[in-house]
Design a protein around this ligand. Structure first.
Ligand code: SAM
Ligand code: SF4
Length: 335
């Protein structure tokens, strides 16, 4: 394949157009959320993680193949040293239409302004409780007031959209669905309720005991508000509704109870440079090996991305007992 024969877009063997990548910039984090990490995490040795330059090379290869949207995630992206230099470079990539970030919000009082200036369009901020003691129980170490101040700082910057992400779990925060909804509506930001996913083993609880279905979450909100389904649909697991008179959208991310694979448009890159073709399967390609092989260049990287489309699985099999589940935790996967 010579350079001129590269396709303008990435299409997998089921005809799905991949134009969205989620790039994990670190596996490290300043929180230890119970559904995401174990308390005593061992992180990947530094030499094994991609440098900022390597992350940028991957992003650039994808945008040359028609990718329009990049979400930075982790781990906590804002704890990576010098992450702003990477974000500024990504913000300037030709062809990129949307640069997005998912963060726990703990550093946003410092970073909201530079992120906006670097061209980040939208931010997702995770918050599972509005009660300080519970927030700490869920995040194990996080401070609620820092995150609330971070949300205010992001709102003040006027990003295109801000979305709060809340994982609802029985025994932790299931009675806060309405309080979290009210908080989002008051600030004119979106909120998405996420079903806990069985990625790796949770050390403090059995996931079957805590997982709340989004049908149940929605019913809690409908005790107070009439929800109208919104036409806004992403090619992912989110479905949105609105409350009449409010700008905020209320999303329901249901990877467990609904299969969203049919129109999947995304792939993930772990911080070790593994290209994951599906959240719920282990199919992957080692991009780091290509980047660190002195005999290979950008065209080889692009060829590998085009070839990878052939192994993107048709669907995930969460909670299908006959199917092996991924052993990766979410911070390794890139949320
Ligand atoms: N540290 C950032 C944050 O917390 O937003 C970005 C990475 S985090 C892995 C991305 C998202 O994944 C967060 O909204 C988090 O709540 C969610 N998450 C982590 N583990 C999960 C799990 N097992 N099931 C469902 N959502 C999960
Ligand atoms: Fe850190 Fe985000 Fe995982 Fe919580 S969900 S431990 S903030 S990476």
């Amino acid at each position: 394949m010579s350079e001129s024969t590269f396709p303008e877009k990435l299409v997998d063997k089921f005809g799905r157009h991949v134009d969205y990548i989620r790039l994990s910039v670190t596996d490290r984090c300043d929180f230890r959320c119970v559904y995401c990490m174990t308390e005593d995490m061992t992180f990947i040795p530094r030499r094994e993680i991609l440098s900022l330059e390597e992350l940028c090379q991957i992003a650039s290869a994808f945008t040359e193949l028609g990718v329009k949207k990049i979400r930075l995630t982790g781990g906590e992206p804002l704890v990576r040293t010098d992450v702003m230099t990477l974000i500024q470079k990504l913000g300037a990539l030709p062809g990129l239409q949307e640069l997005l970030l998912t963060t726990n919000g703990s550093q946003l009082t410092t970073y909201a302004e530079p992120l906006k200036k670097a061209g980040v369009n939208r931010i997702n901020i995770s918050i599972d409780s509005l009660q300080a003691d519970r927030f700490q129980r869920i995040s194990r170490v996080g401070k609620l007031d820092k995150v609330l101040a971070g949300i205010d700082a992001a709102v003040a910057q006027g990003f295109d959209r801000i979305r709060l992400n809340s994982v609802v779990m029985k025994g932790y925060n299931e009675d806060e669905v309405l309080a979290l909804t009210d908080y989002a509506l008051d600030r004119h930001v979106d909120i998405a309720f996420i079903e806990e996913m069985p990625l790796g083993e949770a050390s403090d609880h059995a996931r079957e005991d805590t997982t709340c279905s989004n049908a149940w979450v929605r019913a809690q909100i409908e005790k107070k508000y009439q929800l109208v389904d919104s036409p806004a649909r992403t090619a992912g697991p989110s479905r949105y509704s609105q409350v009449a008179g409010y700008r905020s959208r209320i999303g329901f991310i249901s990877p467990v109870t609904h299969n969203f694979c049919e129109d999947c448009n995304r792939v993930r890159i772990t911080v070790e440079g593994r290209l994951l073709l599906c959240l719920g399967n282990e199919h992957s390609v080692d991009l780091r090996a290509i980047l660190r092989d002195g005999s290979k260049d950008m065209d080889d990287l692009k060829r590998a991305l085009v070839a990878a489309m052939e192994i993107k699985p048709e669907r995930h099999h969460f909670y299908d007992k006959d199917h092996a589940q991924p052993v990766r935790l979410m911070n390794m996967t890139g949320g």
